[in-house]
Design a protein around this ligand. Structure first.
Ligand code: EPU
Length: 336
């Protein structure tokens, strides 16, 4: 029940940057985690919970303790005519969970197919794609408090979900470890296919069912997003920025194709990828780092380079977008 010292993190993040952790704890179950956290020698001043590492950029060695959840069971804990309640361990690969649900005709996560990462990250990051977010299907979140080693259950409401955001990224940052998540999925046919390119992709299928929606999403993602094994990356590097309607309308005069999603009476969400693209930075490469040629929002590593170099490149993109549009992009990726 001890952590390993000076452990390489290279294979633990999709950017595959070559750094190590001072201590690393591979956790096999909630009880394993509790026993570990109860021990005095395992109290660290700096702790980070690492999931699938698909949204992280290490820029230096981590001088603290990394907890990596490696519990992997999925269980239907309750069901009725309308809903199934499924408990998935934090260490389950997210897409394996999606496949489990789609195979049983449970509706609600098919649009989130192929998102990299593990179940434990889904409530932290409120992952989302194609008009669906994790918050739409999360029933409750089982956690262990790091300081007390006591369990605590968060309801959906308690999680304070926002766009790629939750209580676990704010007031409870690095305070709780997610051990498992209970999802509530519909057993009644219920699709969410309004998002532009899903509708178009579904035209290639004979009929619309949950399996075909999953396949359509897989097809879109495989076409647009680079495979992390071939070109290391962490998906969207920046969040889509929320801007005032007046700025949007002003920009629209010069850039009539500018996309927006309604947020409130006075604000809209712009597409960060499109801004980077319109700034002429899509496919830009500097040394071994660049923006992807099919989706400018994804920063890719072409060959071995330091995390700090990737960070530096991302700052350059932020500066360029700011000087062109007056919009400050915020990183979606966690930079450590
Ligand atoms: N666009 C461009 N040029 C680009 C990229 C995008 O013009 O280089 C335009 C597209 O044509 C489209 C708009 O920008 O009109 C939005 O693009 P897209 O539909 O590809 O989605 P996104 O807003 O760039 C978000 C999520 C993705 C998620 C997709 C699909 C964020 C930060 N990203 O991307 O999530 O897969 O929607 O729902 O919200 C991730 O979080 O890592 C991620 C990949």
């Amino acid at each position: 029940m001890t952590a390993i010292s000076n452990y390489s993190l290279k294979s633990y993040t999709t950017f595959q940057t070559d750094y190590s952790a001072k201590s690393f704890f591979a956790c096999k179950s909630e009880n394993h985690l509790i026993s570990f956290l109860e021990k005095k020698e395992n109290k660290h001043t700096r702790i980070f919970v690492l999931g699938g590492g698909s949204n992280i950029l290490f820029t230096q060695n981590f001088e603290g303790l990394i907890i990596n959840m490696q519990n992997t069971s999925i269980e239907i804990i309750d069901e009725n005519d309308d809903f199934a309640y499924i408990k998935a361990d934090a260490g389950v690969v997210w897409d394996n969970f999606v496949e489990f649900c789609v195979n049983r005709n449970f509706y609600g996560v098919e649009n989130l197919s192929l998102i990299p990462g593990t179940v434990g990250a889904t409530p932290v990051q409120n992952i989302g794609a194609y008009g669906v977010e994790a918050k739409d299907v999360i029933y409750e979140v089982n956690t262990v408090e790091i300081d007390s080693a006591k369990t605590k259950i968060f309801s959906n409401y308690d999680c304070k979900f926002g766009y790629r955001d939750s209580i676990f990224k704010n007031e409870y940052k690095n305070k709780y470890v997610v051990s498992s998540v209970v999802f509530k999925l519909s057993k009644l046919e219920k699709f969410n296919i309004a998002y532009g390119n899903i509708k178009a992709e579904l035209e290639n299928f004979e009929n619309i069912n949950v399996q075909n929606i999953r396949q359509a999403v897989v097809n879109i993602r495989e076409k647009k997003l680079p495979n992390t094994d071939e070109l290391p990356n962490a998906g969207s590097f920046f969040k889509n920025p929320i801007i005032s309607k007046s700025l949007y309308e002003e920009l629209l005069i010069k850039y009539p194709t500018l996309v927006s999603y309604p947020i409130s009476e006075n604000a809209v969400k712009a597409a960060a990828g499109q801004l980077i693209d319109l700034a002429g930075l899509k496919g830009l490469r500097k040394n071994n780092v660049g923006t992807h040629e099919n989706q400018a929002l994804v920063i890719v590593k072409y060959a071995e380079t330091k995390g700090s170099e990737i960070h530096y490149f991302s700052k350059f993109i932020q500066q360029e977008v700011y000087s062109k549009f007056g919009i400050q992009l915020e990183a979606e990726v966690i930079i450590l």
